[in-house]
Write a protein that binds this ligand. Structure first.
Ligand SMILES: C[S@@+](CC[C@H](N)C(=O)[O-])C[C@H]1O[C@@H](n2cnc3c(N)ncnc32)[C@H](O)[C@@H]1O
Length: 272
């Protein structure tokens, strides 16, 4: 579970410091997502929901100079990182805003996009209803989210190393809250969205590379995701054992000069 307060606080700050690595872990997914976004007719005004450090917004703004792109996120640190990266682009802006209540009469989007930024809403029906009410008629939405944990080795294999981890609520705001297409379809339909479709995308989640990919992966895991949370909570010998097992896991996934884990996402499309 990762809730709004965590994103506004320490989790958002960690992502803001680690954006080169989080972008790297999503490279193949980003490419697929951008391809589909460029294929849709809509896109005069585009809002990137939960834009984080801005990679998707920047890629789209560059590929669609005729469009205006706005990236919104609840983390001030991530919006600061995104704004710094994108400073010189006339068709791209970022704003600290909560998708659950964001609305801008001077910027009515005809396309919403998101790379893994929509699974963290406390009340997803209310948030997607607000997004529907804030958009132009006929607006479209294209977002990615993780499929089930069992198809995402990086998450299940790390979780398996954490001693006495409590069972996670599959619907709590977090990386896997949108894994079940039936649930997501229900949420989007109730919020007024139609033509809902799911396309599976499998990709290599790169956790470490460079001169010493294993150490790079361990440093990444120390800041982002389930291992970072565990490292903070564990102490003494238990912590050392966990770190040793994490290293073994990273070594077991070293392939072609990088630490790679199987990852599985949905690309979800919908229309008003
Ligand atoms: C997994 S990160 C993805 C960030 C970015 N899209 C990327 O791909 O790097 C999820 C993002 O959603 C943002 N977020 C969570 N709840 C939000 C909300 N209610 N409104 C706007 N952004 C939100 C978080 O702050 C975080 O940046």
């Amino acid at each position: 579970m990762t809730d709004k307060m965590e994103w506004q606080g320490q989790v958002g700050s960690s992502w803001a410091r680690q954006w080169q690595r989080t972008d790297r872990s999503f490279v193949p997914l980003t490419t697929q997502l951008v391809g589909r976004i460029l294929d849709v007719g809509n896109g005069q005004r585009i809002v990137d929901i939960g834009c984080g450090a801005g990679e998707l917004s920047i890629r789209i703004a560059d590929a669609r100079p005729d469009s205006d792109v706005l990236g919104i996120d609840i983390s001030a640190d991530l919006i600061a990182a995104a704004s710094e990266r994108a400073a010189d682009r006339a068709n791209l802006k970022f704003a600290v805003a909560d998708a659950s209540n964001w609305c801008d009469a001077s910027f009515i989007p005809d396309l919403y996009v998101s790379r893994h930024g929509v699974m963290f809403f406390d009340d997803p029906v209310a948030a997607f209803t607000n997004l529907a009410n804030s958009a132009a008629g006929g607006a479209r939405m294209i977002f990615s989210c993780f499929r089930a944990p069992s198809e995402n080795a990086w998450a299940t294999q790390i979780a398996a190393l954490v001693p006495s981890a409590p069972p996670a609520d599959p619907h709590a705001p977090g990386p896997f809250a949108f894994a079940d297409p039936e649930r997501v379809k229900g949420i989007l339909s109730e919020a007024g969205w139609g033509d809902i479709a799911f396309e599976p995308v499998d990709f290599d989640y790169v956790a470490g590379e460079g001169e010493d990919p294993v150490t790079d992966a361990l440093d990444f895991f120390g800041h982002i995701g389930p291992a970072a949370r565990a490292i903070k909570m564990l102490e003494g010998e238990t912590r050392n054992t966990f770190l040793g097992r994490l290293r073994d896991l990273a070594e077991a996934h070293l392939r072609d000069g990088a630490v790679r884990f199987a990852a599985a996402a949905w690309i979800v499309t919908a229309k008003l």
